[in-house]
Design a protein around this ligand. Structure first.
Ligand code: AMP
Ligand code: MN
Ligand code: MN
Ligand code: MN
Length: 287
């Protein structure tokens, strides 16, 4: 089995809420020494063919990817899928249904923002959208930075876009079981994304991991752009305890916004099984 020293299996293009095209991401990953790459746009596989072609042109190994929005215990959880068939009809239909409510949600967000004095946010956010089916909070955040309401996107989230703030609109995403099944029946491995980011109690987190495994989920992101060293160590321990494979990904969105660049991550602990080993047959080899 080929061993990959610098896998980066989590990032976003203009097909969801990133600012770079799949081709520019591939070039940036390759320039940063990534030797196994996956593009994981939110709820969307429309960039997969371009990402694969760009990776192959650079001689970089590639795995298909997606990051599915899930509602679990009243909270949004993200499930990354790797190494599945991106043309699988159940997957394609499931993702289309998951994207379905985004536009209406965006209009509701704009209405709530207008009520606190921020006009034109729907049209403003749309100017940043690369995919009309995928207007996200990130696009609103970019508009609020552009118009000088906030200094940066994290301030926008803190003041306007998280639960309890004026622009937040609750939304029901896919179920955990559906997301894991779409991925696994299409031949891929399901991975819990950035587990330290969820505000779960210990009981809720235990329920997430056990239900995820019961549905057939087999991996967890241990090393990600949004984990500190101690959070990575904590989820490495949990992976050992539960027998989960480990994944690694920057969650890169934009050169201007992301703290962690493609491929600029600590290694996975050597004793863990890399998640990509579970879909080794589905890796498109590089050179
Ligand atoms: P949505 O799917 O429309 O709810 O948007 C979720 C996206 O918002 C995530 O994928 C991140 O890219 C971004 N996001 C969430 N929380 C924050 C935050 N605190 N600061 C910056 N970006 C965030
Ligand atoms: Mn995002
Ligand atoms: Mn995420
Ligand atoms: Mn992400």
């Amino acid at each position: 089995m080929t061993s990959y020293k610098n896998a980066d299996l989590h990032c976003h293009s203009v097909v969801s809420d990133g600012t770079l095209t799949p081709e520019l991401l591939a070039a940036r990953a390759h320039a940063n020494g990534v030797d196994l790459w996956a593009l994981t746009d939110h709820d969307e596989v429309g960039g997969q063919a371009r990402a694969l072609a760009a990776a192959q042109a650079l001689g970089m190994a590639y795995l298909s990817g997606v990051e599915i929005s899930v509602t679990f215990a009243g909270t949004t959880v993200h499930i990354v899928g790797l190494g599945f068939d991106p043309t699988n009809p159940q997957m394609v239909q499931g993702l289309a249904a998951t994207r379905g409510g985004r536009n209406e949600r965006a209009r509701d967000m704009a209405e709530q923002l207008a009520a606190v004095g921020i006009a034109g946010a729907y049209e403003g956010a749309l100017r940043y959208v690369g995919n009309p089916e995928l207007v996200s909070r990130t696009h609103f955040a970019r508009f609020l930075v552009e118009t000088g309401v906030c200094r940066d996107t994290s301030e926008v989230f803190r003041k306007y876009l998280i639960e309890g703030k004026p622009g937040y609109v609750p939304h029901r995403w896919a179920s955990l079981g559906d997301a894991v099944r779409w991925i696994t029946q299409a031949g891929g491995v399901a991975v819990i994304a950035h587990p330290a980011r969820y505000k779960f109690t210990a009981n809720e987190e235990f329920a997430l991991f056990s239900e995820f495994q019961q549905h057939g989920g087999r991996g967890v992101e241990v090393v990600t752009g949004s984990h500190s060293a101690s959070e990575a160590a904590r989820y490495a321990d949990l992976a050992r305890e539960l027998g989960l494979a480990a994944s690694r990904g920057s969650d890169f969105h934009s050169p201007d916004e992301s703290h962690t660049d493609l491929g600029k991550l600590p290694p996975l602990p050597a004793d863990l099984t890399p998640a990509w080993d579970l879909v080794a047959a589905h890796i498109h080899p590089g050179r």
